[in-house]
Design a protein around this ligand. Structure first.
Ligand SMILES: [Zn+2]
Length: 287
């Protein structure tokens, strides 16, 4: 299928067939919400097969393969952690995943990179860890012939300045930045910067996007809307005046200009699948 639009959706909560019917041009695959790991993996394989069947481009949000030697939440990441063993675990998990996925046709891989760190490292200890880890990540990506996009978060005090993300990551051929509107909004609260200004700067330097919204002016566990609804699907009717994180239309207009992959990343708690579908229909024409 010749892709008509760069807009796509994460298909944890939506059938690929439905995404195609809605006129979306790509999908993102990740482990689903099934209770047992075995069932999550089965669903993942089914989605890969379907994406291939519909001939729709897809990206993969890592990790897909989890082992018991990785005893943390699988979306946690320790690539720039102070603890060397933890860093090694993250690299081991990444390489295991790329090895098992080496025959897939994923257009790119999405990776959580910075982890959560509230402590500022002293001296230039952090700079060394950061550059060593990025070099290594790029080498791994090169070895597997893949692109790995690092999702921007403001959660690591040593590496939360989006301008620094741009300047250090841009020089790596096989790495890129993924801007996620929800996490960027939370970063703007935690790190106290202007959301729209950051969005504009990051957008010009991003290779892909995730889009979802939330309500209120607090971040993560202080955000009631996030705790209740998790990721809310973007919808053109979302305005700051009504308590939404940002004016969704304004955000979409900034992002759509770049003609880069944009993945809607919704849960279905807020308004059910109907709200997700209505939201998609309200924004698809911008892309
Ligand atoms: Zn995301």
């Amino acid at each position: 299928m010749e892709s008509m639009t760069n807009l796509g959706i994460n298909v944890v909560n939506l059938e690929i067939e439905k995404a195609v019917q809605l006129g979306l041009g790509r999908v993102e695959l990740c482990l689903g919400k099934e209770k047992l790991y075995h069932d999550k993996l089965k669903k993942f394989y089914k989605m890969v097969n379907e994406a291939e069947k519909f001939n729709i481009p897809y990206s993969v949000h890592l990790p897909v393969y989890i082992e018991e030697w990785y005893p943390y939440d699988y979306f946690s990441a320790f690539f720039i952690d102070k603890n060397r063993e933890k860093r090694e675990l993250s690299f081991k998990l990444l390489e295991l995943n790329l090895e098992k996925l080496k025959d897939s046709n994923a257009e790119y891989f999405v990776l959580h990179f910075p982890g959560i760190c509230k402590e500022i490292y002293s001296g230039n200890e952090f700079e060394k860890i950061l550059s060593t880890s990025l070099d290594r990540l790029n080498d791994i990506a090169k070895n597997y012939g893949v692109k790995i996009y690092l999702e921007y978060f403001g959660s690591n005090k040593n590496f939360c300045d989006y301008r620094e993300w741009i300047s250090v990551i841009r020089k790596y051929e096989n790495l890129g930045i993924l801007t996620d509107t929800g996490h960027l909004y939370f970063a703007s609260i935690i790190c106290e910067f202007d959301f729209m200004e950051a969005l504009k700067v990051l957008t010009e330097n991003s290779d892909a996007f995730h889009i979802w919204s939330t309500k209120g002016d607090k971040a993560y566990c202080q955000c009631e809307s996030y705790k209740t609804f998790h990721h809310i699907a973007p919808h053109i009717g979302q305005n700051r005046n009504d308590g939404w994180a940002f004016d969704t239309e304004a955000v979409i207009k900034v992002i759509a200009k770049q003609k880069k992959p944009v993945i809607i990343e919704p849960s279905i708690v807020y308004g059910g699948s109907e709200y997700v579908i209505e939201g998609v229909q309200s924004i698809v024409k911008y892309f």
